[in-house]
Design a protein around this ligand. Structure first.
Ligand SMILES: Cc1cc2nc3c(=O)[nH]c(=O)nc-3n(C[C@H](O)[C@H](O)[C@H](O)COP(=O)(O)OP(=O)(O)OC[C@H]3O[C@@H](n4cnc5c(N)ncnc54)[C@H](O)[C@@H]3O)c2cc1C
Length: 457
């Protein structure tokens, strides 16, 4: 790893806007720099080794990943995502961690070497926020130490799960046990022996008149009797092994009632608290991926071996413009997401709702578009395993759906935005009143200039 002294001039900070640099505390600067050096020297150059090890045993975490996790932990690079208001946090703000997450995104699995990958991040935050001390000891501690993996299980094949009030998997409490029956989609594959448990959302009180109080969140050990993974779901052809995405059947699965988080009927309180920061992490990682795709496209643009019509690929006007659009697109995404992270730090996750939704809607679409343009500059090779571009594009594409489809966020943003309409009407009425006053003062017929606005009201 590089031994450069910590400094905001280090390449780790190259693309950060000045307002972000000015907010990074001296404590955070060497950490961000270390993350940068870690990804540059230990992760990206090791990608072919990781691929080769995975090809040998698809559903086992590769030896290299174990090695890197051990090393990253010893360097103090574990769990950086956990915001500094948690007592278990290493101390970064959301904004400072967002800078790390972008760097991690440059390599698809780098976040995992630092225990900063989904769904672990959301699950750790959930357990840290809502569990009892005894639950934390049993379930949070091994996740934070990186000795166990977890999954989040909400989505169902037979329900529109973006509206979680529809979740139908049934949970019955009998004495000191919960009995679970139903079907679930997604959540890491049970086939990986390191998977320790699922954080499951199920319906425990279907007749409750308040639909927000019908559901319960419970921890289900991964090897529970009656829990079967029927297959792994591929995402646009990728199996995402060794974590994967399982399809599950629950048949009379019994777990201790002590595994219920926060209490029966309180799943919505938990779900609402879980996703804000996770969405920002995905978006920052996508920005890191877009930067890497962009760099590959630029290298290709000056490759002397590729000269259609005798010209470098980067010498064509269409590509020069394409490069400009990509550059500006990446920089604008970064502004949006860093603003969301900063808003969460200053005003809390709830107040950051709009900025989080803005990131979740804009970034995956823009990142997929940019990576797509990079593929186009590469020609045929860009769509093959000669480049990491297809995998990157798939990641950007799936984040449009994972953690809630962008349409649902857009719907919410639009509905909230409409609430301002009445205020605008009042403001424009005042323009007209003032317009009439000014016309009278100048002896001008108010009908001539004001008609259009008056007609609208
Ligand atoms: C790669 C990947 C990983 C995932 N990981 C997990 C996981 O770990 N755990 C888990 O539980 N789930 C996971 N999911 C599932 C994901 O969270 C759900 O697919 C998502 O929440 C949408 O739910 P649904 O599939 O039931 O779609 P539906 O709710 O049926 O929605 C389908 C479509 O309806 C439209 N729609 C829905 N709501 C609205 C609205 N309010 N306004 C306008 N249009 C709307 C949209 O076009 C939407 O795409 C993952 C998904 C992917 C792709």
């Amino acid at each position: 790893m590089s031994s450069q002294t910590p400094s905001p001039d280090h390449p780790a900070f190259l693309r950060l806007p000045p307002w972000v640099k000015s907010k990074l505390r001296p404590f955070a600067i060497p950490i961000i720099q270390k993350v940068h050096d870690w990804v540059e020297t230990e992760c990206i150059p090791a990608e072919p080794v990781m691929r080769a090890q995975l090809a040998q045993d698809r559903w086992k975490t590769p030896k290299l990943m174990h090695e890197l996790r051990k090393k990253a932990k010893s360097l103090g690079l574990f769990n950086l995502f956990l915001p500094n208001h948690f007592e278990e946090s290493p101390g970064l703000t959301n904004l400072e961690y967002a800078c790390c997450a972008e760097i991690m995104g440059r390599c698809y699995w780098a976040a995992q070497t630092m225990n900063c990958h989904a769904p672990e991040t959301g699950n750790i935050e959930l357990l840290a926020k809502y569990c009892t001390p005894a639950q934390k000891e049993q379930w949070l501690k091994p996740l934070m130490e990186g000795t166990m993996c977890s999954a989040y299980s909400m989505t169902e094949p037979d329900r529109a799960s973006s509206d979680a009030t529809n979740i139908g998997c049934s949970l019955r409490i009998e004495g000191d046990e919960c009995i679970i029956n139903g079907r679930k989609l997604y959540g890491n594959a049970q086939w990986n022996p390191e998977l320790g448990f699922y954080i499951l959302m199920a319906c425990s009180d279907p007749e409750n008149p308040n639909p927000w109080n019908r559901h319960t969140t419970v921890i289900v050990p991964a090897r529970s009797k009656g829990l079967t993974m029927t297959r792994n779901l591929t995402i646009m052809g990728y199996d995402h092994a060794p974590e994967g995405h399982g399809e599950y059947i629950y048949e009379d699965v019994r777990v201790p009632a002590a595994n219920i988080i926060l209490g029966p009927g309180r799943a919505f309180e938990i779900a609402q608290g879980r996703l804000g920061p996770g969405r920002i992490h995905h978006c920052m990682r996508l920005i890191g991926q877009s930067e890497r795709a962009y760099e590959l496209a630029l290298i290709h643009a000056i490759d002397p071996a590729k000269k259609p019509r005798g010209k470098l690929i980067g010498a064509f006007d269409s590509n020069i413009e394409r490069i400009a659009d990509m550059r500006m697109g990446i920089d604008s995404m970064r502004l949006v997401v860093l603003n969301a992270a900063d808003t969460m730090d200053i005003h809390g996750n709830k107040a950051g709702k709009y900025a989080i939704a803005q990131s979740k809607i804009l970034v995956p679409i823009q990142a997929a578009r940019i990576i797509d343009e990079c593929m186009q500059m590469f020609g045929g090779q860009g769509l093959t395993q000669h480049t990491p571009l297809p995998e990157m594009w798939t990641y950007a594409r799936f984040v449009r759906v994972a953690d809630g489809p962008d349409a649902a966020h857009r719907h919410q943003v639009g509905r909230d935005a409409l609430k301002a309409a009445e205020g605008f009407r009042e403001r424009h009425k005042k323009y007209n009143e003032r317009h009439a006053e000014i016309c009278r003062a100048w002896g001008v017929d108010p009908g001539l200039g004001g008609r259009a606005i008056e007609d609208l009201l």
